[in-house]
Design a protein around this ligand. Sequence first.
Ligand code: SIN
Length: 524
Amino acid sequence: MEVETTDFLIIGSGVAGLRAAIELAPHGSVLVATKDMPKESSTEYAQGGIAVALSDEDKVGIHFEDTLKAGDGLCNEDAVKILVGEGPERILELISWGAAFDKEGTKLDFAIEGAHSRKRVLHAKGDSTGKELERVLLNKVRSYTSVKKYPFAFTVDLIIKDGECCGAYILKDRKMTAIIAKATILCTGGAGQIFARTTNPMVATGDGMAIAFRAGAQLEDMEFIQFHPTSLYSQYAPQFLLSEAMRGEGAILRSINKEPFMKNYHRDAELAPRDIVSRAIISEMVRTESSHVYLDMTHLGKDFVRKRFPQIYSTCLQYNVEITNDLIPVSPAAHYIMGGVKTDINGITSIKRLYAAGETACTGVHGANRLASNSLLEGLVYGARTGSAAYQSSSGIKNLTAVKEQVSEHAAAYHSIPEHDEIRMTLRKLMWDRVGIIRCGESLKEAREKLSEWAFILDKVFYTRRELELKNMLTVAMMITEAASLRKGSVGAHYRSDYREKGPDWQKHIALFREDDRIKYSPA
Ligand code: SIN
């Protein structure tokens, strides 16, 4: 096996990974490993925008309050204070690096989305905010010769020696390579692909969470999955996200019979918190025995809609939906995981020299439900903080040679499962049907039983991306199902039809970890 060394290894190249790389670049060699092309991340597809308290009508304290309210009592307040407090500086820095956010005249234009009490969502080229962030951050990263990128490099497992993370085994050019590093940062994004309906790109298979779990790290809040109310619903189209900003600009949800319904569910109607809108849509679908509802923009000006949402306009047009004329068929889809690898406010995990940032991590900043457009900001703020912490705590580590000599072959023999794609499809459907928007003891039990039938996959060592992803998806699906079974109550985005109230011990956080090859949890 080839062995390479770097000072800092970053796994993932979305906003958190790139921002961490920029922080680390002046301090040593940085390797950014990513399983696809560097820009292929959830960041690239983020539409609506990035929330930040920078408008004349807003204050950091109001952004703080809105975030806590959305988090339904489970946010880590220190983490939220840092997010909203450091957010403005991170955004101004990004603008100084060339980010072109949309303006109204000479001033930045702020949009509103669900559960925000002020207009505070910056956007770029209408609905291509993530693309702009990725462009600027990748350009900035390119300006440092100390940063090297490995595209199409799949991180198989972490290298753990004496309880410390010393790097990772990476499959690249069909060869296993051990990358030895002083600090390793997981920034692999979310796990939406675990569900049959998702707004997430194909790369979002929970890899960072699964490899951290296998290495013995703690994960927390895994039961909290946010379902976005509106993704395009068509047999012939991909599950394309229809940004919440559309409802922010006045789009209306209508049942299959074309009746508006959100006022019957919440006083904020279309701008109610996402979990409420998603469940309202499901109720309407059940009531009218339909597979979708409609999003209606036809009353908004044609020119305005085309200018404000150019990407959404042209994508829908490809599937014969002209959004200024036609009602858009939509249904909810898995969008974001609030839980992840447990970290402190500096990205430090329960394993020494292992860090995590962005959607892979769980600082507790989103509590039980994330406020819309807070995740790109999280990537910037916590990517930078994690990079800085990784540098500071690695400055004493000089000699990587000792570890280099100890690294043995990752596996003597590789396995293959011919039916892996069938299992992947069945798993995604199972998670959507049984561990989706509305859960109950019975559905969770069924899911646990079915998932355990595939437990044989967890012991196998694979050599292809699809099989490696399946193993990670199964690991994360098991953790989500376990945590959802343990939380006997409904909080934030976790809703159980058999426990509709929060329940007596709702303020607990469920931490999961591996012991004797089983999922253990605390509080026990
Ligand atoms: C959206 O544009 O609706 C997604 C924004 C987010 O999830 O933060």
